[in-house]
Design a binder for this molecule. Structure first.
Ligand code: APR
Length: 229
């Protein structure tokens, strides 16, 4: 029996209850760091050491956190749905929770790639997670965070659109819908496909979207009750 496809678009709010700060909430990451210095292509060109250190700090934080019940609730939904997660998050909490299908739009914190051969991607380990402008891969080439900086293309937006166009149900969790092209993905859902948006402080969305004003853990628990057969 083919399971209906449930597509979940997640943002930083998905990981908030795991202790990872969001970007635009008060006290968020962009309150502490000048975003264009630490997360843009120009910033990386200007001061690569600062950018490497920013991601080293976030990798160290990642070691101390675990998936929350929102992440595991999405895994539970795989009993009845073919769940495909499309995330703006660079953490690996969806994978660690056990989600079978995770597509990262903005890169992955625990990965770096060759600057000369970008197809050479390396996964860092907990005892080797710091990089610097002097880091070299086995070919002697410099490496960079495997992160989509602002001012860079989002290569995974094409496969994400394909996934969204196949969705039978769409759920958006914990994103301010402020950054494109991710924020425009929901527009690729076929007409009539139900769309739910879980967020304690939701951004304005068209009224054909069902807003569940709740945190990820509470909202996913409610969603399971709504979507289970
Ligand atoms: N549960 C669910 N959602 C939450 C929670 C929570 N416990 N706490 C906060 N939120 C919501 C906020 O209300 C907000 O709508 O999470 C959203 C966080 O928004 P942002 O901080 O803008 O994060 P995000 O939407 O993922 O940012 C998109 O911007 O800086 C870039 O590349 C970065 O991927 C990021 C992108």
């Amino acid at each position: 029996m083919v399971k209906p496809e449930l597509v979940v678009l997640t943002g930083a709010g998905m990981s908030a209850e795991s202790g990872i700060s969001t970007f635009r909430d008060s006290g968020g990451l962009w309150d502490k760091y000048p975003v264009m210095d630490v997360a843009s292509a120009n910033g990386f060109a200007r001061n690569p050491a600062l950018v490497h250190e920013f991601y080293n700090t976030r990798r160290r934080e990642l070691l101390g956190v675990r998936p929350n019940s929102g992440h595991s609730g999405l895994v539970e939904l795989e009993k009845w749905y073919d769940v495909k997660v499309i995330t703006q998050n660079v953490d690996d909490l969806h994978e660690r929770a056990g989600s079978s299908s995770v597509l990262h739009l903005h890169g992955e914190l625990m990965k770096v790639r060759s600057m000369r051969h970008p197809e050479r991607i390396y996964t860092l380990t907990p005892d080797n997670l710091s990089t610097s402008p002097d880091s070299r891969d086995e070919y002697g080439d410099p490496v960079r965070p495997h992160i989509v900086f602002f001012q860079e293309a989002v290569p995974n937006i094409e496969p994400a659109i394909d996934i969204m166009q196949q969705a039978d149900v769409v759920v958006i969790i914990g994103t301010s819908m402020a950054v494109y092209p991710a924020a425009g993905l929901v527009n690729y859902a076929r007409r009539g496909v139900p769309v739910y948006y879980i967020d304690p402080n939701p951004a304005p969305v068209p009224d054909n979207i069902t807003v569940i004003r709740a945190t990820a853990t509470e909202g996913v628990a409610r969603l399971i009750e709504m979507l289970r057969p």
